[in-house]
Write a protein that binds this ligand. Structure first.
Ligand code: PLP
Length: 416
């Protein structure tokens, strides 16, 4: 290690939380504080429940969230327990051959779906890939999607296009859209006689738009079209139940908004639709349809500590209160949206309708050089999505001062 690196290493070490910081987690503040003095309540949540240092301004939960202390603690404890083999004999400290019924039951109750139709995966990318690869589609069949899909949403269908000659059609979404009905009408009207699958995000990736999923899925089903919903941003950002969405297949990434450690995903399908899906990663039991969702968890040996962490994240969310979390996330996002709206050089992509966004606010900039803004953000330790459009994510660890600092930095970059 050269001297410069050694010094950087020392400086970084000084910023780190003390070793074992996640082992003694303080109890949650009294919920009544959240109404008496909300800023104090959320400040205590950030300080006591997260490892984020004071100096970190984290506005990019949309890419990957940060695990709170109880989640870090659950992962660490499980790793220690498994290294000591403290579990019952033959209860291997892994997942990939097990059905994990208890874990799935708890997870399903939070997600609002049946345990039997739920599979745990590593992320939404994997779940969407399995769905896209596993449907019987032939040359000429059409998959319809929006132009707002994430690369991980598109790619599985693109493979089918390259390999099996299906067609993939992208529909342009107006930015910002007028209202949910406009989004629903556009998607439903675009279904053609060749459309076999309609694929869309419940909340879009770089623009954070909340789609009227139920309305779209009901109309698609009436036309005999299979619906696949990318819910990477849904669970944990807004209140939603998978059972209420009306889709055929669903993919999610609990490590974004649900406090799970990185490497946690979900795949869900209606019972008869799971039967129709060919699995991609397989071992013995791949054709045992009685296993329903669990058939898609037979992936070989995997790290169970991550699943323990995901369950700890679900308990953490429930202990704070799903409604309280949503209200906070959205109030902060609304604050960010209002600040953006007041600046003439920003073009908002997020509509004002509160039902059309949760904790993501996006805009285009005019007259601000990204090459000036990004180094300034880095200097001030502001973590945001770097893209051709800017997107801020707000979660319960976000402080109003984080949003202020970002907009001050933007103004500084514009004037520079
Ligand atoms: C809408 C959407 N779908 C899928 C993904 C992929 O998620 P993951 O990397 O967790 O698989 C993302 C990631 O940002 C996303 O925004």
């Amino acid at each position: 290690m050269n001297r410069r690196h050694a010094i950087q290493g020392l400086a970084a070490a000084a910023w780190l939380p003390p070793a074992g910081a996640a082992t003694n987690v303080a109890p949650l503040p009294d919920p009544s504080l959240s109404t008496r003095d909300p800023e104090r309540y959320w400040d205590r949540i950030r300080k006591d429940q997260f490892l984020l240092p004071k100096w970190r301004v984290f506005l990019n939960n949309g890419s990957l969230g940060v695990a709170p202390k109880p989640v870090v603690q659950a992962v660490t404890e499980y790793l220690e327990k498994s290294a000591a083999l403290l579990m019952e004999e033959y209860d291997y400290p892994r997942w990939g051959y097990e059905k994990l019924d208890e874990h799935r039951t708890e997870l399903a109750a939070y997600l609002g779906c049946s345990k039997n139709q739920l599979a745990i995966t590593h992320n939404a990318t994997e779940a969407i890939s399995v769905i896209a690869a596993g449907l019987d589609l032939k040359a000429g069949d059409e998959v319809l999607m929006t132009d707002q899909e994430h690369g991980s949403g598109k790619a599985g269908w693109h493979v089918r296009r390259a390999r099996h000659g299906i067609t993939v059609r992208e529909l342009q979404i107006p930015l910002p859209p007028r209202d949910p009905a406009q989004l629903a009408d556009l998607l439903i009207a675009a279904i053609s006689p060749r459309t076999r699958v309609l694929f869309f995000s419940a909340i879009t990736t770089t623009t954070g738009l909340v789609f009227p999923v139920r309305q779209i899925c009901d109309a698609a089903r009436a036309k005999g079209v299979i619906t696949v919903v990318d819910g990477a941003h849904l669970n944990g950002q807004v209140e939603a139940r998978i059972d209420d969405l009306g889709c055929d297949y669903y993919a999610g990434s609990p490590h974004k908004w649900m406090f799970a450690p990185a490497g946690c995903g979900i795949l869900w399908g209606r019972e008869e639709m799971l039967d129709r899906l060919w699995p991609s990663i397989v071992t013995g039991g791949w054709d045992d349809k009685a296993d329903q969702g669990a058939r898609f968890m037979r992936l070989g040996t995997n790290n169970r500590a991550m699943i323990e962490g995901m369950i700890a994240g679900v308990r953490f969310a429930k202990a704070i209160g799903v409604e309280r979390i949503y209200s906070r996330i959205h109030a902060l996002a609304r604050m960010a949206r209002e600040k953006a709206q007041a600046l003439p050089y920003l073009q908002l992509l997020t509509p004002g309708n509160d039902t059309m966004y949760g904790g993501l606010v996006a805009f285009h900039m005019q007259g601000v050089d990204l090459n000036r803004l990004m180094p300034l953000c880095q200097k001030r330790r502001i973590w945001i999505l770097r893209n051709q459009r800017l997107r801020l994510s707000t979660h319960i660890h976000t402080r109003p001062s984080d949003i202020d600092l970002f907009f001050e930095t933007l103004e500084l970059a514009r004037r520079a």
